[in-house]
Write a protein that binds this ligand. Structure first.
Ligand code: GUN
Ligand code: ZN
Length: 434
């Protein structure tokens, strides 16, 4: 088995289940490629201690740089790459005027492939090595995305969008039955192949008939290792619409509960306007929230309540929600999460620490996806997907991080000032990219 070592400053979460971060200023990270083709972390620690154990192993010297876990984006739409930065008076007009017309184009596999390549490049440039993404309501869009992710040896999750009503021609499923049949075929074709995973993907309650949602719930029960992803409680008009369409359900979240879609590995984007019962129910079922602060600010949807999520033990992590979100950069998303947490809390404010924000976009997001110990961390056994950060990437970043008096201050400065320039290289499955 082939080993490789990297010497640099190292940042990781040693216990994998809390946001306590560890920093080793002169560290050694050792990776090993396994028989299944996946390179994983073999050892991590101070160079002075570990070097003697691996004296013969080739070592890349990145002193002066930080190695940190690849970021995990819990909710994004690859087919909305060309929708980013489109203005609208809130969610529903934005969907109708910009998003649906773009998504219709993904019936064309050539277009889907081209966008998938660009999207993956953009994720990596920004330091995101795993994402849970929506495709569109076309099988071709999923095949294109997974083919690209497979070629690039990435760990990625994606699914074909289910939407059989209140959708334009070219995006509306011909029938619930056909869409579910295609979903089953895609699960068989892609789930668990290399580092790929499938997600059953009803768009949101208003664009699915009860038959489609129930069918999705049945598939979710038959395939427990498959993910479920959708949107919930994002926008006031949307919530009102759901109440009219599903008057028998207790709440918007209750619709998904009634259809069998609340379970472990189910990931709910937004979760802005939940009540205490909703939060308890999600926590009880092991469902998790994908928090999308740049999207929520941009579309004026509302503020995720971090305090309430913590109080109800509702697992959550960060996400860009591009193209509703305004940036692929996890630094922008963490910065927005900090702002939103301050805004949404009571009169004393709620300040998320830098290590907590970082956790929510790496090992915490991985945990919320059921991928703890697999991605989002540098702990032994994790996939070798990591970043080389340059804390002197801009004059201001260099000045501010050098002046910082603690690790927390340095991380906070990176979060507030950081963008793609901070990410100097990305290592995917043990292979160093540019
Ligand atoms: N709700 C239903 N579809 C979408 C979407 O594409 N983006 C967002 N932000 N919310 C949605
Ligand atoms: Zn979304």
């Amino acid at each position: 088995m082939s080993l490789h070592a990297y010497r640099a400053s190292l940042l990781w979460f040693p216990d994998g289940h809390s946001h306590h971060v560890q920093f080793e200023s002169d560290g050694l990270l050792v990776t090993e490629r396994h028989a299944d083709g996946v390179a994983r972390i073999k050892a991590i620690g101070p160079h002075a201690l570990l070097h003697a154990q691996y004296p013969e192993v080739a070592c890349t010297d990145w002193r002066g740089r930080w190695i940190a876990p690849g970021f995990v984006d819990m909710h994004i739409h690859y087919a909305q790459t060309d929708v980013i930065a489109s203005p609208a008076d809130g969610l529903l007009p934005w969907l109708n005027n910009y998003t649906f017309p773009q998504e219709i184009r993904f019936a064309d596999p050539v277009h889907a492939q081209e966008v998938a390549h660009f999207f993956v490049d953009e994720l990596l440039r920004n330091g995101v090595t795993t994402a849970l993404t929506f495709a569109t309501a076309h099988t071709a869009s999923v095949d294109a995305f997974f083919q690209v992710a497979q070629q690039r040896q990435l760990r990625m999750l994606a699914g074909r969008v289910l939407q059989d009503r209140h959708s334009p021609d070219g995006l509306r499923d011909v029938s619930a039955q056909q869409s579910l049949y295609e979903t089953e075929e895609l699960i068989a074709r892609w789930h668990g192949v290399d580092r790929l995973g499938y997600a059953i993907t009803p768009r949101f309650a208003p664009t699915s008939t009860e038959a489609q949602l129930r069918g999705a719930g049945e598939l979710a029960a038959q395939h427990p290792s498959v993910w479920v992803q959708t949107h919930v409680a994002e926008n006031a008009d949307e919530i009102q619409w759901v109440a009219e369409l599903f008057p028998q359900s207790r709440s918007y979240l209750g619709v998904y509960e009634d259809m069998g879609l609340l379970r472990e590995r189910s990931v709910y984007a937004h979760c802005l306007h939940l009540d205490a019962n909703d939060r308890d129910l999600m926590a009880e079922r092991g469902a998790t929230a994908a928090v999308c602060p740049t999207s929520n600010l941009f579309l004026d949807s509302g503020f995720f309540n971090f305090e309430q999520a913590q109080a109800h033990h509702l697992q959550h992590g960060l996400a860009s929600d591009v193209g509703g979100g305004t940036s692929f950069s996890p630094f922008h998303t963490m910065h927005a999460a900090y702002t939103v947490a301050r805004q949404s809390a009571g009169k004393n404010g709620h300040s998320l620490s830098a290590e907590h924000l970082w956790w929510l976009h790496t090992a915490g997001a991985a945990q919320a996806l059921g991928l703890s110990g697999v991605v989002g961390n540098l702990a032994v056994g994790c996939d070798a997907d990591f970043l080389v950060l340059n804390p002197a990437s801009t004059p201001l970043m260099a000045r501010r991080t050098a002046a910082a008096e603690s690790l927390q201050e340095q991380l906070f400065a990176m979060i507030v000032l950081g963008d793609d320039r901070l990410v100097e290289r990305v290592v995917v499955n043990g292979r160093v990219g540019a």
